[in-house]
Design a protein around this ligand. Structure first.
Ligand SMILES: Nc1nc2c(c(=O)[nH]1)N[C@H]1C(S)=C(S)[C@@H](COP(=O)(O)O)O[C@H]1N2
Ligand SMILES: [Mo]
Length: 533
């Protein structure tokens, strides 16, 4: 039972068990860290912290590819990738520990330190306590690995030929018993913690439940009759919250306790710094508007666009109250930088949010408080600008500065600092590569050019002439517009193409461009097969 016995070459079984010991120790580390992060802050857990650090250091092109390849599952794929790499490292550390148990334990500790560093250097970290989950987890994992390896080594027969030695079997059994119990206890504790819920998140959920949306001083004009087409398969005019696309860098959705939320307005040209609570914000003159939000990463024909009824206060009112003047009135700041609780920075032209359009600090979405994933308690929404230059979720401050002085998050990553939305149109039905029956087929979809409005939508069958689609009535020029084209479909394979003309008279260009650096453009087309009636 002593480690000073002459070493023997480890057997294959020893190595397998050592790798298993490494994996179990890593698993227990993560479970303990997860548990600790419940009390500290869910975002401070090592996988989330390291994942966030990876996201921020990922080249824009790779991120673009990830969004394209995995869509809204990109975060799950990243976390899975981190776990796979961690698993391989853990097995390797187990093998190292087989020869040098203390060194193995130290390696686990080193990973803990890395996790802790990632956690405290995240932009949303404001306390050294964020290091705790990683450190506590690593300490548990290192201890377990050491205990396991001592068992494994102790069970190793002293002399060659002693392979059948009963001592060997009993200590391997001891190894397995310790490993299995530690794994079970960690799993059980983590499961209990999860079902009870994080105290940090409970407060946020309670504050959202308690929020009563004010009655809008200026309600959204009723959606005009005729703005909603009854065509099966077309995107609904208002996108339900549960179907609204989500794009952000947050690996854990920030859950902000609205009772402690504040918004600060400060910076260049601000003569009266403001700090408002949610209660103060919802008590101000508020407006309700239908506004279509689009992501710059949306490909031609893509789904990263949605239309919602937002309730909030005009951002311009708040800025005026703080003494801000737009550049056209001699104000010194041309960029407004919104910061979120998770450290995102989003830069928006001051001129745009003060030119009379309905730029909002929104707290309501389709009749309910903002869902957590869409920015509770407050986010920005600015008609006519892509989300990454306007729609800061979980906002906590607004700084007035200049485009020269400051690059917001996406700018050094290759995206344009200014990005008005491009005119786009999409065929929702029939879907690409489906079969339809000859006769009248309703080709339909949506077109958007927020703040310029849509004037015309045309459809082309194969290389035929462009034909006018029927446009649904306009709700406002800040929303998308549905359209339909009754097509006399003849048997065979056909390509349907759509293009839109916006309120300024500009028609979508044919040539497709990538989303990078300021939004994709080009015509959307689908190929369908028509079979005889
Ligand atoms: N805090 C924060 N706000 C953010 C982002 C983000 O990553 N973090 N992403 C922006 C981008 S790129 C878009 S397109 C919109 C998407 O808003 P949604 O998820 O509510 O659809 O949010 C914007 N606001
Ligand atoms: Mo976006």
């Amino acid at each position: 039972m002593t480690l000073s016995q002459p070493p023997r070459e480890p057997t294959r079984t020893d190595r397998l068990l050592a790798a298993l010991g490494g994996l179990v120790s890593a698993y227990v580390s993560l479970a303990v860290a997860d548990l600790a992060s419940f009390w500290v802050r869910p975002e401070a857990g090592p996988v989330i912290a390291v994942g966030g650090a990876v996201v921020d250091r990922t080249p824009a092109a790779v991120k673009e590819w990830a969004i394209r390849a995995f869509g809204e599952n990109d975060k799950a794929v990243l976390q899975f990738g981190i776990l796979v790499i961690l698993g391989a490292l853990a097995a390797a550390v187990g093998l190292l520990a087989l020869r040098r148990p203390l060194l193995g334990a130290a390696a686990v500790g080193a990973f803990g330190v890395l996790g802790a560093l990632a956690a405290v250097t995240r932009p949303d970290s404001d306390s050294a306590a964020d290091a705790l989950p990683s450190l506590v987890g690593a300490a548990a994992g290192a201890l377990l690995l050491y205990v396991l390896m001592v068992r494994l080594l102790a069970g190793r027969p002293v002399r060659a030929g002693g392979a059948g030695d009963p001592v060997a079997r009993s200590d391997r059994r001891g190894f397995l018993v310790v490993a299995a119990s530690a794994g079970l206890v960690a799993t059980g504790a983590a499961a209990v913690a999860r079902s009870v819920g994080s105290p940090v998140e409970e407060n946020a959920a309670a504050s959202r439940e308690a929020l009563r949306l004010p009655r809008p001083a200026s309600p959204a004009p009723p959606v005009p009759e005729g703005a909603v087409l009854r065509v099966p398969g077309i995107s609904p005019f208002l996108t339900p919250n549960r179907d609204f696309y989500r794009v952000d860098t947050a690996l854990v959705v920030p859950r902000v306790d609205a009772d402690h939320w504040r918004l600060r307005v400060h910076g260049s040209g601000v003569s009266r710094e403001l700090t408002v609570t949610l209660r103060e914000l919802t008590a101000r003159r508020n407006v309700e508007r239908d506004i279509t939000l689009a992501c710059v990463s949306n490909e031609v024909g893509g789904t990263l666009v949605g239309n919602a009824r937002w309730l909030g206060v005009p951002l311009a009112d708040l800025l005026r109250e703080a003494g801000v003047r737009p550049p056209s009135e001699g104000g010194p700041a041309d960029q407004l930088v919104a910061r979120s609780v998770d450290g995102m920075t989003i830069g928006t032209p001051v001129e745009d949010v003060m030119d009379g359009r309905d730029a909002l600090l929104a707290f309501g979405m389709n009749g309910e408080p903002l869902p957590f994933v869409h920015g509770f308690p407050v986010r920005m929404v600015v008609p006519g600008l892509y989300g990454y230059v306007s729609a800061c979720k979980w906002i906590e401050s607004i700084e007035l500065t200049t485009f020269d002085a400051y690059d917001a998050y996406w700018v050094p990553r290759g995206w344009s600092a200014r990005a008005p939305v491009k005119t786009e149109s999409r065929i929702d039905t029939p879907r690409a590569l489906t079969r339809v029956t000859a006769g009248t087929v309703m080709v339909a979809g949506v077109a958007w050019a927020q703040h310029r409005g849509i004037r015309r939508v045309e459809v082309r069958v194969d290389d035929g002439p462009w034909q006018d689609a029927r446009l649904a009535a306009e709700d406002s020029r800040d929303t998308w517009r549905q359209w339909v084209y009754p097509w006399a479909a003849t048997p065979g394979r056909h390509t349907l193409t759509v293009r839109a003309t916006d309120g300024s008279g500009t028609t979508q260009p044919e040539e497709r461009t990538d989303p990078m650096p300021d939004g994709a453009q080009g015509w959307h087309s689908v190929e369908v097969t028509v079979r005889g009636a």
